[in-house]
Design a protein around this ligand. Structure first.
Ligand code: MRU
Length: 356
């Protein structure tokens, strides 16, 4: 069952008073839970991508701020901890959104009440994320059912927008899990998502555990699959969606949208409204994270004996550049699938939802 505690990415242990996360840098070969119990541990978990995916980053940061306040609830520490968490990763707006929610609730309280309220807020954000993703799943399922496809439905996704990227369900994978549970014959094309391979390492792992048929493909093969008519729709997540509907997601997303436009394949983006940034007028205003070039030049995996191994791909002295996200123009997006409904990728579409 998808809603079991087993299939969640972050647990709050009320008895121990600690947060446990799955260390996603070890997947798919090792499933290890780690406890986070200091501001440094929370910041490290986000920056090193032990936790990743926009909604999960936000919820983790909220618990991190609560943890910092449990040690020192002063206004000075509130600001220091907030700034440290905000500095971990620049692109996913959920980080700002979640920290703003916690700060808003605690800033005017007497210091001795702040830690409890912050923890309460973090726990609510966690629950809200589960509800939002489940609703995204239901809205997205309606879209999938409406596609004019007989027999197996082939859905292409990119990166990981499943329960590992949220708390449960995921965003782009939520409709797929609901469709599978409803008995629809779905198959997922998982693009590997170089350089960190979230598709191969995380999405394929999630889907296999849930029994959803899937096939990993090299990122570069996606247009060819569409040309052959082997893709019925593309369904991806978002790290930040601008006010005009431009979508920022894992690098490589825009190439899929361009190919989808060329071959007449619907291109859907699933996101909770916490991922919308009305302060960014267009995608060009979204900060794009640049990660270590070493991620492009090496790959990690297991050797024949099952030991962890990192292999250099490039010759000594090779230079690389590693933007982690890209912008898909709103005009290439067939629809945005949110917890409040399916809308056009446009200022009008988003405004209706945000006012509702
Ligand atoms: O760098 P990552 O792994 O944090 O990037 C994650 C993505 O790009 C996801 O597609 C996005 O966060 C949407 S997840 C619900």
């Amino acid at each position: 069952m998808l809603t079991s505690d087993d299939l969640c990415s972050l647990r709050w242990d009320a008895t121990a008073g600690t947060v446990a996360i799955i260390d996603q840098t070890l997947l798919p070969h090792t499933l290890r839970w780690c406890h986070l119990d200091s501001l440094e541990a929370f910041c490290h978990a986000i920056a090193s991508m032990q936790v990743r995916g926009a909604p999960l980053i936000g919820v983790t940061a909220a618990f991190g701020l609560a943890n910092a306040l449990s040690r020192d609830p002063s206004s000075n520490n509130l600001e220091v901890a907030r700034a440290a968490l905000l500095a971990t990763r620049p692109t996913a707006v959920n980080l700002h959104w979640a920290l703003r929610r916690v700060v808003h609730e605690v800033a005017d309280l007497p210091p001795e009440q702040r830690a409890d309220r912050a923890l309460d807020c973090a726990r609510r954000l966690r629950e809200e994320d589960i509800t939002s993703c489940s609703r995204i799943g239901e809205r997205g399922l309606e879209l999938l059912r409406a596609l004019p496809v007989e027999g197996r439905l082939n859905i292409m996704t990119h990166c990981n927008a499943g329960w590992l990227a949220t708390i449960q369900w995921g965003t782009a994978l939520a409709p797929i899990y609901k469709a599978h549970a409803a008995g629809m014959p779905v198959h997922v094309w998982v693009s590997e998502t170089r350089p960190r391979n979230q598709g191969t390492n995380l999405t394929a792992w999630e889907l296999q555990r849930a029994g959803v048929p899937c096939t990993v493909v090299a990122d570069n093969s996606c247009a060819e699959l569409m040309r052959r008519g082997q893709v019925d729709c593309v369904l991806v997540g978002s790290d930040r969606t601008a006010a005009n509907g431009d979508v920022c997601n894992k690098v490589g997303t825009c190439l899929k949208a361009l190919a989808a436009r060329e071959y007449g394949v619907p291109f859907y983006v699933a996101l909770p409204l916490s991922t919308v940034d009305m302060d960014c007028p267009t995608g060009g205003d979204i900060p794009i994270e640049e990660r270590d070039a070493a991620e492009v030049l090496a790959v990690a995996g297991l050797d024949a004996a099952g030991e962890n191994l990192e292999v250099n791909l490039a010759g000594a002295g090779t230079r690389a550049f590693n933007p982690a996200f890209d912008i898909t123009p709103a005009a290439l997006v067939s629809a945005l699938v949110t917890e409040r409904g399916v809308v056009s990728a446009s200022q009008d579409g988003l405004s209706v939802l945000l006012q509702g």
